[in-house]
Write a protein that binds this ligand. Structure first.
Ligand SMILES: [Zn+2]
Length: 452
């Protein structure tokens, strides 16, 4: 009953006061997820044709890109035809921002947003209200796969200072009240913060928890160490924003007592893919985005093989993102999900391109596989692997009580098994793993692959 009131009375009220238009897009996406894949691709193609025409007619950057490739909008009829257009890199967005804006979009309808860039400064880009509303509607659909519904108490652990600040404004507070969503600032996430969070969960009993994967793992380890494993369990836990490793999933599910749903997204194009209750991979939101997987030469990879993720957002008309190189690597699948949704799957998110480590001989080493060695090392609280050079791996270690020379020897031995005898491995003891500007903790960093 409360769910219906929330969806049909409270949510429309929220839309009214915030000037947004989300629910009818949500209804559309709720329906299209069940269409056969061919119908989803037809819908995608029709939206793509509209976007491409708009970009060609009103965006100077794309007019030039089409001319350089010898194309007109009529030549781009499907996702496959997109391959003739260049990739949109972060460097291009930073250097040619004004040429990427549509000339028919008045500045007051463009919403500025920011993310980490490729040339040392944040990347500024623009979205329109429609894009943001489609993004939110899409996120709500994916929340529902994890058991969430309108009117449920939701706890959000977030570390992005800009987002957290937005929840503290009058508008943010009203939103929180209407949507029953509590945002907990987890940027620093000290021991005192985590104790306060445990108290909050005991008191408020949130039904859905949404958080960075690394924060959830950090919090679960804290609870586990103190024997606080009896908190009221939510229905579902959504791990988003940074990489979720298998050992983290196990720990979070065991300590918090609820299934974890992995999710992949970013500020630029919002939720890209998310897990349903089958947990066999993440459904790609192909009714809102075109997602390509390409090799180093830009050719599509076969299903089952890792490829760089390239995204076209079908609904950003202020600053169209066509073939955006998000700098992640993932594995697409051709196998349908047993849940019956037509949305295709990606089976593994391998990581950010800048996080991928290699042996001195250039062989790729999976971070997920590397994390399986961590539970074998006594009292290792956290670590970060930094590839400084082709043959130098620096290991940052946060020691727990009882971590000693034998632990380090064991860790060195395990890592040598992955990277081979040519890799020089050095250790540095730190109090904390450094966070990125947006609050993420990275398990692996390759200074060889850092863009720009
Ligand atoms: Zn599914």
């Amino acid at each position: 009953m409360y769910r219906l009131i929330s969806e049909h009375v409270v949510y429309p009220l929220y839309e009214r006061v915030s000037g947004r238009c989300i629910r009818h897009k949500f209804v559309q996406l709720e329906a299209s997820q069940w269409w056969p894949l061919a119908d989803i691709l037809d819908w995608q193609q029709a939206r793509l044709a509209q976007l491409v025409r708009h970009a060609y007619d009103t965006v100077p950057y794309y007019r030039q890109a089409f001319a350089a490739a010898g194309l007109t909008p009529a030549d781009v009829r499907s996702a496959t035809d997109l391959a003739s257009l260049p990739l949109l890199t972060k460097a291009v967005i930073q250097e040619r921002s004004s040429e990427l804006l549509s000339t028919v979009y008045p500045p007051d309808r463009c919403i500025a947003n920011y993310t980490g860039g490729s040339i040392g400064t944040p990347m500024r880009f623009y979205q329109d209200q429609g894009q943001q509303d489609w993004g939110t509607a899409n996120t709500l659909r994916c929340n529902r796969w994890a058991g969430w519904d309108f009117g449920q108490r939701t706890l959000v652990l977030w570390g992005h200072p800009r987002d957290v600040k937005a929840t503290q404004t009058a508008r943010g507070k009203l939103r929180a009240l209407l949507l029953r969503e509590h945002t907990f600032d987890a940027f620093g996430f000290s021991t005192a913060d985590m104790a306060a969070l445990a108290d909050y969960i005991r008191r408020a009993r949130p039904q859905t928890v949404i958080a960075y994967a690394s924060m959830l793992a950090h919090f679960a380890a804290f609870l586990d160490e103190r024997g606080l494993t009896d908190l009221p369990a939510p229905q579902g836990i959504i791990a988003s924003t940074d990489m979720l490793f298998p050992h983290q999933r196990q720990l979070i599910e065991r300590v918090l007592g609820a299934p974890v749903f992995n999710r992949y997204g970013c500020r630029e194009v919002v939720t890209v893919a998310a897990e349903c209750g089958e947990h066999v991979g993440m459904h790609i939101n192909a009714d809102r985005l075109v997602v390509e997987f390409v090799d180093a030469a830009g050719r599509p990879v076969a299903p089952g093989h890792p490829g760089r993720v390239v995204i076209t957002d079908l609904f950003n008309y202020a600053m169209p993102f066509i073939r955006y190189d998000i700098q992640d690597v993932a594995v697409p699948s051709a196998v349908p999900c047993p849940c019956g949704r037509g949305l295709p799957l990606l089976t593994e998110l391998i990581g950010r391109y800048a996080d991928i480590l290699t042996t001195p001989e250039g062989r790729f080493v999976s971070a997920s596989a590397l994390t399986t060695i961590l539970p074998k090392i006594a009292s290792l609280r956290e670590c970060q692997l930094v590839q400084k050079e082709r043959d130098w791996l620096q290991v940052l270690v946060v020691r727990g009580p009882g971590y000693d020379e034998a632990s380090e020897t064991a860790l060195r031995g395990q890592l040598a098994g992955f990277f081979g005898p040519q890799m020089r491995i050095t250790f540095d003891h730190v109090d904390e793993i450094p966070r990125t500007a947006s609050g993420k903790k990275r398990f692996s960093v390759s200074e060889l692959n850092e863009p720009g």
